[in-house]
Design a protein around this ligand. Structure first.
Ligand code: GLU
Length: 441
């Protein structure tokens, strides 16, 4: 049975970068009718915050990403201890006492000599007596996993056949001197115990994957299928990492982006499948192919979310926007007429309230200097109202006869005078809805 997981560390909000990871794992599980796990990687007690655990869940729910199982690593420390003991017993976990400064010095020396900065395994040569002495001097050590010096190979779901020489990688630290388990052993234990079959994550994890494959095998687990998606860049190919803070799901929601627009874009961006607005998460899942993604960095432009958001909103029925209309103050008996007039002219839901405000309270007229006399003359010809669907045609016909203007030169100044905008719905439909016409003076 297909089982995937999204495993955020609760140290911040979900942004477009990790949303991609969440979505891909979710879609694989949904498409296969499998299980999707939300796993909170909170072994770091200093940086993990409950408020982010809550926020991550809210943001996923907003998007329509639902999980079948919820786990937190901080609940599983005993299991990680058990696994660590197994590795110690098998001679795969060894205690090291170097300080960060000493390790740094070693790295610098290696780099100066043109060597890769791989941990030299000096601690493997320590005798029991050495360790007792170091423990007395420095306190408990940290623990490293002893990699087998082999080529670690796997077929990546996106990158294809990969192979990493274990000798080019430092033995990973699994447990800090404080006793805190790092992400690697916790993640490996969870992936084994929860029966995770597919892991999709960012390509910054490729080296982790190599070491994790060895640890999974050392613990007797089944190695999942790994796939590493490319990282997102800005529209110009610039690094996005610094701007991710402003591309959180919360910010995008606040800006009016619709969940289906975001999901539709992120489920296809960087793949060979065309981005198109999809109606439901089920449709997105059914057409999702992780193997269609490429290895090149993926350009992301938040502006692309707005045409998709607009398209999504234009298709909504009256019932689906009833709450938004009510919140904007649209009376129930005018809701249908109003929605039909403005629906094609909104980009986000916020525009609903903007248009209603314009109709109910009038717009500040925009009148170009060269149109001032024309608009005054036209306003004098505008009847008191109330207006119906024929009023605009009758009025502009009269204005045309009186002023000799026609076409755009006739209509645009009147639109701008009445609505303050140079674009919007058909004016024959707008005029009957305008309750205040400020341009009358
Ligand atoms: N907590 C890890 C991260 O956010 C999870 C990586 C993984 O998917 O294994 O980077």
């Amino acid at each position: 049975m297909t089982t995937t997981r999204f495993a955020p560390s609760p140290t911040g909000y979900i942004h477009v970068g990790n949303l991609r990871t969440a979505l891909m794992n979710y879609l694989i599980a949904r498409k296969a009718g499998g299980t999707f796990i939300l796993r909170i990687d909170d072994t770091d007690p200093e940086r993990s915050k409950q408020e982010y655990v809550d926020a991550i869940q809210q943001d996923l729910e907003w998007l329509g990403i639902t999980w079948d199982r919820f786990e937190r690593q901080s609940d599983r420390l005993e299991r990680y201890e058990e696994a660590a003991q197994q590795l110690r017993d098998d001679g795969r976990l060894y205690e090291c006492f170097e300080t960060p400064t000493e390790l740094d010095l070693k790295r610098k020396k290696q780099l100066n000599m043109g060597k890769p900065p791989v941990y030299d395994r000096a601690a493997l040569a320590l005798s029991d007596a050495d360790k007792d002495r170091l423990r007395a001097e420095r306190g408990s050590g940290h623990w490293r996993f002893k990699l087998d010096q082999e080529r670690i190979e796997w077929t990546d779901g996106i990158l294809g056949d990969l192979s990493i020489d274990a000798a080019s990688v430092s033995d990973p630290v699994l447990i800090k001197a404080s006793g805190q388990f790092l992400y690697t052993p916790a993640s490996v234990c969870d992936d084994i115990d929860f029966g995770v079959t597919h892991v999709v994550r960012g390509s910054d994890h490729v080296t982790n994957t190599a070491t994790q494959i060895q640890i999974i095998r050392a613990l007797g687990g089944a190695v999942p299928t790994f796939a590493h998606h490319s990282l997102l860049t800005g529209p110009q190919g610039e690094a996005l990492s610094k701007r991710l803070g402003t591309l959180s799901l919360r910010d995008l929601r606040e800006a009016g982006v619709e969940p289906m627009a975001l999901v539709s874009l992120m489920a296809r961006l960087g793949s060979s499948d065309a981005v198109e607005l999809q109606a439901t998460m089920e449709d997105v899942a059914n057409t999702f192919e992780v193997g269609h993604f490429g290895s090149a960095p993926t350009k992301f432009d938040a502006q692309d979310l707005y045409p998709l958001t607009a398209r999504f909103l234009h298709a909504l029925s009256l019932a689906e926007v009833a709450d938004d209309l009510a919140a904007a103050g649209v009376p129930a008996d005018q809701a249908e007429g109003f929605w039909n007039v403005v629906r094609e002219n909104i980009t986000t839901r916020k525009d609903i309230a903007t248009w209603w405000d314009l109709f109910a309270n009038g717009a500040d007229p925009v009148i170009d200097d060269e149109d001032a006399d024309f608009v005054t003359e036209a306003m004098a010809l505008l009847p008191e109202g109330p207006f119906d669907g024929d009023s605009w045609g009758a009025w502009t016909k009269a204005v045309k006869e009186a002023t000799g203007r026609k076409g755009r030169g006739l209509f645009m100044p009147l639109r701008k005078a009445l609505t303050g905008q140079s674009h919007g719905p058909d004016m024959s439909a707008v005029l009957p809805l305008l309750q205040v016409i400020k341009a009358r003076g």
